[in-house]
Design a protein around this ligand. Sequence first.
Ligand code: ADP
Length: 444
Amino acid sequence: MPNPWPILLGRTLGLLLLAGLLGWFIGHVTPVLLIAALACLGWHLYHLYRLERWLNAGVPIRWPDTAPLQGSAIWKPLYRTVYRLQQRSRKRKRKLSRFLEQFQAAAFALPDAAVVLKDDDTVAWCNESARRLLGLRPPQDFGLRITTLVRHPSFVEFLTRRDYEDCVEFPSPVTDVVSLNVRVVPYGKKRRLLLAADVSRLHRLEQIRRDFVANVSHELRTPLTVINGYLETLLDSDDMDRWDLPLRRMQQQAGRMLHIIESLLMLSRLETQGETSPPQTVKTPDLLEAIVEDAVALSGEHGHHIHLEADHQLWIRGWERELRSAFSNLVYNAVRHTPDGSKITIRWYEDPRGAHLEVEDNGDGIPANHLPRITERFYRVDRGRQREKGGTGLGLAIVKHVMHHHDGQLNVISLVGVGSLFACDFQTTQIVRKPLPVADRATS
Ligand code: ADP
């Protein structure tokens, strides 16, 4: 487009020159020049007014409407430019709103509930599934706090904790047959997207699996106990000498099966939230001493050097049966999975992070690629050999669940050729200090 300014300047100067000549001709130069300048100013003011109406009052000037402006050198290109910009922005807006509509339709059709939360936990937007799963009513509930609409204590605690690495599961406020898994993803400026998925099917399957294991174990326990009892009676009778070896083998295997079943029952109890009774104070040093005695008997002629270093004032809140099972599994493992004469050290101590039980051995260690899986059920590093040693493959799975039930953690460090260290770490809140005898208390 040619530069309009020389034309505008040329025309304005030409007009003023003509007005000057006319004024000189009639003998009134100044008034005629003034009239011409005012006419010029009025013309531009008129266009400014139209432009302002167009832009601010929203009175759209379609392109043909600007036809009367053809004569203007500066206003015609200006109108053209504004018109072009306006058209471009309209097109972009249309495109954006089409995209937004498509996005909203997709979010609306999501099978999971999606809720946009503001920084103060109020609902900014939610989709249709949020109505079905969380009981929200779009758009009436927009602007209300989500914790007043979904009040389950686990959800409220999860949201106030603001640790979004985790997720939370709770029954849907619409119907408790539906279990929800909720996670929150922060995005943009202080916005969060809450996603709730229906995990009822998974829960049902998990429940079926748990019930199946528990039922099978229960059903098998009685016949096996009976077989075991008869085998014992047969072994005790004098006229069964030639059956001695096969009977002993049968008894060994039956005993092993019973052990597996007991472990499976313990695991299924732990999975259904463990013992329901309230936790008691467990005198851990006494418990460990008894376990060490049994471990020495288990080692027998294998000659392990078992050493206990326990803080005798350190007790813990928990469930004794579970803790006995967890600690003995670790100590017996150290006996069963290390060569004869290995050194085993059991430590029970407190530090600022909590109470710790460590079982350390200088056995063969566990290769690093097996470590992430050793707490899985029936996982063994060397399947054939470990079965011979009489393990069930469930010991460490039990330890992990017991620790979880006690709000603690099982940590394992192991190096091939150096040994292994299994640590049960309990939080400080679980610790109970053994009360001092009355005489000591008076002197301290
Ligand atoms: P198991 O009944 O076979 O001992 P666990 O679940 O207790 O089952 O242990 C899983 C596997 O971890 C064992 O089979 C063994 O291979 C390995 N393991 C456990 N403790 C030790 C240890 N102290 N030293 C070496 N390997 C171990």
